[in-house]
Ligand binder design. Structure first.
Ligand code: ADP
Length: 247
């Protein structure tokens, strides 16, 4: 069976902060059509890798390729233009704006000073409403984003990422700090989107969530990939067990 070519290739990536080597010769791929998990103990470099992929940080060495194109030194918006979307560990919603305005915001055809409930109109509002319905939060359309629970805000952020129709979505702790009902909904939405053709790379501390959702899984320790494989394979891997016990 021919395996799908990787949509994302990280090769020899390194980044240090002062004397601290946060990411050290990190190499892994994300197969197109997969839900790939990136796990590792605290401080193993997961967030830094995410920032290097999305362009919030630039690497000291190494490359990041999307669909075969080197994007390592491209600005974040250029990466978004190439089909990359991401969420953040703590959501970055505009708390004083409505949920609907937040979802439409990346479409960017209205400017901050003009914002108001009427600012989102026509096709943009229609698309934002579809996505709000998809994440199950239609009744909060006009609520201020900051008034929603943390888990609901994470679902709004997922809808916001989807509005630009990315091919590859990086999720930073999608299940972190949210209640079990919303964790289940988040997992279902990710599976649903994956079935529609979206590829995911997610960082997550909730092991049952990762192991039930992701395949393959990449394991980081001290900035380096120490294991890669199916959830079953990595759970049996001695280097992975050692890395977690040493945490
Ligand atoms: P993880 O997400 O796996 O917990 P991080 O990527 O946040 O790991 O951190 C990896 C290492 O890099 C840690 O030792 C952390 O303290 C360090 N680090 C991360 N960001 C910075 C920064 N902006 N300045 C200095 N050190 C940092």
């Amino acid at each position: 069976l021919k395996t799908a070519p990787p949509i994302l290739e990280v090769e020899g990536l390194s980044k240090s902060f002062g004397g601290n080597q946060a990411v050290n010769d990190c190499t892994f791929t994300v197969p197109e059509g997969s839900i790939t998990g990136l796990i590792g103990p605290n401080g193993s470099g997961k967030t830094t890798v995410f920032n290097l992929i999305s362009g919030t940080l630039l690497p000291d060495a190494g490359t990041v390729r999307i669909g075969g194109t080197d994007i390592s030194r491209m600005a974040s918006w250029g990466r978004a233009h190439r089909g990359l979307g991401r969420t953040f560990q703590s959501t970055r919603l505009f708390k004083e704006m409505s949920v609907l305005e937040n979802i439409a915001a990346p479409l960017g055809s209205f400017s901050i000073p003009q914002m108001g409930l009427d600012a989102v109109s026509g096709r943009e509002a229609e698309r934002a409403r579809e996505l709000l319905d998809f994440v199950g939060l239609s009744r909060y359309e006009q609520a201020k984003a900051g008034s929603l629970s943390y888990g609901q805000q994470k679902l709004v952020e997922l809808a916001q990422v989807l509005v630009l129709d990315p091919k590859l979505i990086l999720l930073d702790e999608p299940a972190g700090g949210i209640n079990p009902t919303l964790i289940e909904r988040m997992g279902d939405l990710i599976r649903d989107l994956n079935a529609q053709g979206k590829t995911f790379l997610l960082v997550e501390h909730n092991m049952p969530f990762v192991l039930g959702l992701c395949n393959p899984v990449r394991v980081l320790a001290q900035g380096h990939v120490i294991a890669t494989g199916s959830p079953d394979e990595i759970q049996k891997d001695d280097a992975v067990i050692d890395a977690y016990l040493g945490d």
